[in-house]
Design a binder for this molecule. Structure first.
Ligand SMILES: [Zn+2]
Ligand SMILES: [Zn+2]
Length: 765
C-alpha cells in the first residue's frame, strides 16, 4: 500500500523534471523528530532543488524556533496549504546516508503497529550523529592487525615463534590478545574491549612491534572472498544437525523458527552453522542478544569461528563507533552485526538472516518513548526481506511458545546436552521449618559449606541491589521514604547514600530520625551489598565477589570480575538477575535463589513466567559433566502448584500449563493488550482522563480499569493504568486508532502526560 503511494509520488516528480516550468514549486512532506503523529510540509527553494531531492534524504528544517533534521517521506508539486505560510527547508544533508524505500517501509510499518509518531520512529533508527544538523565527518575505523614477520634468517632478532613462546609463559594475557588479533585480518578496539581486554596488554604488544593499527574507511572491508575458519567447528549431535538442515533448507524465503533448547544443549553451535550457510551466499546476518556487555563468551565464539568483519551495536559504543556499524551494514561491508535491541534498525543492504538469541529476555522490549519489542519487529523485518528468522531460548516466552504450538512457527527442540552433562536439579527449601540466619536457611548454609570444602564455587542469587531495601527508626518505627514516590529509600552503605530505586533521587544517610529525633536508625531487610558482607564474615576462608549494577558500573569492570570468577579467584558469587544471562560457570556447582515468593503472588500475570525462566536459566549456568550442579530455592510456599510443576516437570511442561491458565483468564497470548499510562501532579486527573477514554464503546474491545498503577506515585506524579484488550488484533488496532483520533477532545488531555504501550510486557510500573 505504501509502496504504490511512493511510486505515485515518484511519477509526479519525474513528470516535473520533464516539464519546462521556469519556477516549479516543490513541496516535501517530512518526518520531524517530535512526538506528533503527522508529517510536516515544507517548500524547497529553487537553489536547493538540484541535484534532485530523493525520498529518504535528510534535510534541515526550521521547527518551533529550532533547526531539526527531518527525513523526506513524500514530495508533491502542489500544496494543500496557503503557499505563503509554508516554510522553506534550510538546507540539505547531501551525503550518502539516505534511507532506502525498503527501510522507510519497515519504519512505517513499525510506526503503524505501535501507533507511534513516525518522526520519532525514524529518528530512533538513525545513529545520533546523523540526527545532528552539522554535517558528519565519518572517522576511519581503526583496525588492529598482527605484524608480518620479516623473513631474514640472518637477523639477530628473536624469531616470532620464540617471542610468542616467551610471551605465553611470561604474560599470558598478551599472548591471548595476540592470538585473537592474529586470527583476524583486522579487529576493532570495541570488539576487543567486549572480549574483556584492557589497553595495558594492547600497548605492550605495540611496544613489542607485534601489532599495528591501520585506519580504514568502513566501506573498505571485503569479506565475500574469504574462507571461513573451520578449526573450531564442533561435530553436531543428531538433534542439532536436524535443526541446522531444516533451517538451511529454507534460506531463500521468510520462515520463523523457534529453537527451544535446554541450557547447555548447544544452541550457539547451531546458530554458527546456520550462519555459515548464509555467509556462504554472501549475505549478511543480524544477531540480536540481550545486553551485550553480558555476553562476551558468545561474542568470542563468533570471533573465533568467523574470520570476517563483525560489527557491534550496543550502548557501550561511542557515537562514531555506532555510525560505523550503521554504515558497514548499509554498505555491505559488515558480514555479521551483533547487537542489542536497537540493532534491529541496522540498514542491511543484503540481509540473509536474523537471529534473536534469548528471545524471552525482557531487555528486548523498549520501556519508554517508542515502546517496540525487538523480537516482534525482527519478525516483521524478516518478512519484509523475505528471509528466515530464528528465535532461540531455553525458556521461550509464552507468546512464541504459543505460536510454535499453533504451527505458526517451525518448532525445533534440543532436549539433550552434548556429552554426558546433565541439567542442574532444582530443589525447594521450606523456610517455615528452617532456622534462618542472615536470610540464609540452615540447610543452605550447610550446602554452601560442603560445596566450598570440595573446592567448588557457589552462586547466590538475590534480585535486590544495595545494602538494605529500607531504613527504619527503632523508636517510632518510621521508615525513611522518598516523598516523590512514597516508597522506602534503599540504603547503599558503600556510597553512604539513600537512593530511591524508582526515581533515582539520593540523599545522605541521616544521623537522626526525621520524626522523633532518635539516633537508633537501623537497616531493614537485605540487599546484595549486605549479603556479600555477611557471607564474607561467615565464610572468611573464602573470597566473595558481588556482581550487580553497582559493582560493575565502570567500563570493563564486569568482564574483569567474570574473568576473576573463571580464574577461580573467588569462591562465593553474589549477584542479581545480571548473572542469569549468557554466562556459564563450569565450576559453580551450587546455585541458591534466596527469594522467589514475591513472584508467586504478584499481580503482574507475567511474574510467574519470568520466575520460571529465571530459575531455569540460573540452573543452566552451573555445573559441567563431571560436576553436576544443584539449584536450591528458598520459599515459604513449597507446595505452590507453579513451583511444584516447574521443579518436577521442567519449563516446557510449566509453559503448557501456564498457557492453559492464560487462555482461561483471557490473557495474552490469547488476547491482545494495549496499556494506556497517564500521570499528573493530582491523582484525579489521570483517573478522569482514562475514564473518559472508556466512554466510547469500541467494537470487539474490552476495558480493564482505570486503576492506580502498582507504583501509584513516582517522582512526584500520580499514575494510573487503563488496559484495552481484544481477542482479535485487528479489533484492538481499530479501537486504538479510534481512541487516538478523538483524544484531543478529551477534556483532561492537556492536564496529564500519557503514553501508549502496545503489547505491554511489564504492568508493574
Ligand atoms: Zn523515629
Ligand atoms: Zn523516588
Amino acid at each position: 500500500m505504501l509502496s504504490t503511494f511512493y511510486s505515485k509520488q515518484l511519477a509526479i516528480i519525474s513528470n516535473l523534471e520533464h516539464t519546462n516550468l521556469s519556477k516549479p514549486s516543490l513541496y516535501l512532506q517530512v518526518a520531524v523528530p517530535v512526538p506528533m503523529r503527522q508529517l510536516f510540509t515544507y517548500k524547497v527553494p529553487l537553489n536547493l532543488q538540484t541535484p534532485s531531492i530523493k525520498l529518504g534524504e535528510r534535510v534541515v528544517v526550521p521547527f518551533a524556533g529550532r533547526q531539526l533534521v527531518a527525513v523526506v517521506i513524500t514530495m508533491s508539486v502542489c500544496c494543500e496549504f496557503d503557499e505563503n505560510k509554508v516554510k522553506a527547508i534550510t538546507s540539505r544533508q547531501q551525503d550518502e546516508y539516505i534511507f532506502t524505500d525498503s527501510q522507510l517501509n519497515f519504519l512505517h510499518q513499525c510506526a503503524h503497529y505501535y501507533h507511534h509518531p513516525i518522526g520519532d520512529v525514524i529518528s530512533q533508527a538513525l545513529p545520533v550523529l546523523l540526527r545532528q544538523v552539522e554535517s558528519v565527518d565519518i572517522k576511519k575505523v581503526k583496525l588492529w592487525q598482527a605484524c608480518v614477520e620479516n623473513n631474514t634468517d640472518e637477523s639477530d632478532e628473536p624469531s616470532l615463534v620464540d617471542t610468542l613462546a616467551l610471551l605465553s609463559k611470561r604474560s599470558p594475557k598478551q599472548a591471548q590478545l595476540y592470538k585473537i588479533i592474529q586470527q583476524h585480518q583486522g579487529i576493532t578496539w570495541a570488539e576487543l574491549r567486549i572480549l574483556g581486554f584492557t589497553k595495558t596488554p594492547l600497548n605492550a604488544l605495540v611496544d613489542k612491534n607485534l601489532i599495528v593499527a591501520k585506519a580504514v574507511q568502513p566501506q573498505a572491508f571485503t569479506w565475500h572472498d574469504k574462507q571461513l575458519n573451520q578449526d573450531n567447528k564442533l561435530a553436531l549431535t543428531v538433534e542439532q544437525a536436524l535443526v541446522v538442515s531444516s533451517v538451511t533448507q529454507k534460506l531463500n524465503a521468510f520462515s520463523c523458527h523457534l529453537l527451544e533448547g535446554i541450557t547447555g544443549s548447544g544452541k550457539t553451535e547451531v546458530y554458527l552453522q546456520i550462519i555459515e550457510a548464509v555467509l556462504a551466499q554472501s549475505k549478511q546476518v543480524l544477531v540480536l542478544v540481550p545486553e551485550i556487555g553480558l555476553t562476551p563468551q558468545t561474542l568470542s565464539r563468533f570471533e573465533q569461528r568467523f574470520n570476517l568483519p563483525i560489527f557491534l551495536h550496543h550502548s557501550g559504543l561511542n557515537n562514531n563507533e555506532r555510525l560505523q556499524t550503521w554504515l558497514a551494514a548499509k554498505q555491505g561491508s559488515a558480514a555479521i552485526i551483533i547487537g542489542t535491541r536497537s540493532a534491529i534498525f541496522s540498514p542491511l543492504i543484503n540481509a540473509g538472516m536474523i537471529i534473536v538469541d534469548e528471545e524471552h529476555d525482557s531487555s528486548l522490549k523498549q520501556q519508554d518513548g517508542f515502546r517496540y519489542h525487538g523480537r516482534d519487529i525482527a519478525i516483521l523485518r524478516a518478512r519484509q526481506h523475505n528471509i528466515p528468522i530464528v528465535l532461540g531460548s531455553a525458556t521461550p516466552s509464552l507468546e512464541s511458545f504459543h505460536n510454535a504450538l499453533m504451527g505458526k512457527y517451525h518448532h525445533h527442540q534440543l532436549l539433550k546436552r552434548p556429552g554426558k552433562s546433565v541439567e542442574a536439579k532444582i530443589e525447594l527449601i521450606d523456610m517455615a521449618v528452617q532456622q534462618v540466619e542472615q536470610g540464609l536457611s540452615a540447610s543452605l548454609i550447610d550446602e554452601i559449606t560442603q560445596t566450598l570444602a570440595r573446592g567448588e564455587q557457589v552462586l547466590i542469587f538475590l534480585n535486590r541491589r544495595g545494602f538494605a531495601p529500607a531504613v527504619s527508626c527503632q523508636e517510632c518505627h518510621d521508615i525513611i521514604h522518598c516523598l516523590r514516590c512514597n516508597k522506602p529509600y534503599t540504603l547503599h552503605q558503600e556510597q553512604r547514600l539513600l537512593i530511591c530505586h524508582h526515581c533515582g533521587s539520593q540523599k545522605r544517610v541521616p544521623k537522626q530520625c526525621g520524626q522523633c529525633g532518635s539516633v537508633r536508625l537501623l537497616p531493614l531487610g537485605q540487599g546484595t551489598e549486605q549479603l556479600e558482607q555477611r557471607l564474607a564474615e561467615m565464610f572468611s576462608d573464602y573470597s566473595a565477589v558481588r556482581i550487580d549494577r553497582d559493582s560493575t558500573r565502570r567500563k570493563g569492570e564486569l568482564a574483569k570480575l567474570l574473568q576473576q570468577v573463571s580464574d577461580k579467584k573467588h569462591q562465593l558469587l553474589i549477584g542479581t538477575q545480571m548473572l542469569a544471562k549468557g554466562h556459564h560457570f563450569p565450576d559453580v556447582t551450587l546455585v541458591a535463589v534466596l527469594d522467589v515468593d514475591g513472584a508467586l503472588f504478584s499481580y503482574d500475570f507475567r511474574a510467574a513466567e519470568q520466575m520460571a525462566q529465571l530459575l531455569t536459566q540460573v540452573g543452566g549456568r552451573a555445573g559441567r559433566a563431571s560436576k553436576p550442579g544443584k539449584v536450591l530455592v528458598q520459599t515459604h510456599y513449597p507446595q505452590h502448584p507453579l513451583l511444584q510443576d516447574l521443579v518436577n516437570n521442567g519449563y516446557h511442561h510449566f509453559a503448557v500449563q501456564a498457557l492453559t491458565e492464560r487462555k482461561l483468564a483471557h490473557l495474552p497470548p490469547y488476547y491482545y493488550q494495549t496499556l494506556f499510562r497517564a500521570e499528573a501532579n493530582y491523582p484525579s486527573y489521570p483517573d478522569k482522563f482514562l475514564r473518559a477514554l472508556t466512554a466510547q464503546p469500541l467494537n470487539g474491545c474490552e476495558f480493564a480499569g482505570p486503576i492506580p498503577a502498582a507504583m501509584e506515585k513516582k517522582a512526584g506524579k500520580y499514575r494510573f493504568h487503563l488496559i484495552v484488550q481484544a481477542k482479535q488484533r485487528r479489533d484492538l488496532h481499530k479501537g486504538i486508532k479510534q481512541l487516538l483520533a478523538n483524544i484531543k477532545q478529551n477534556p483532561w488531555h492537556n492536564k496529564v502526560r500519557w503514553s501508549l504501550d502496545i503489547d505491554p510486557q511489564d504492568l508493574s510500573w
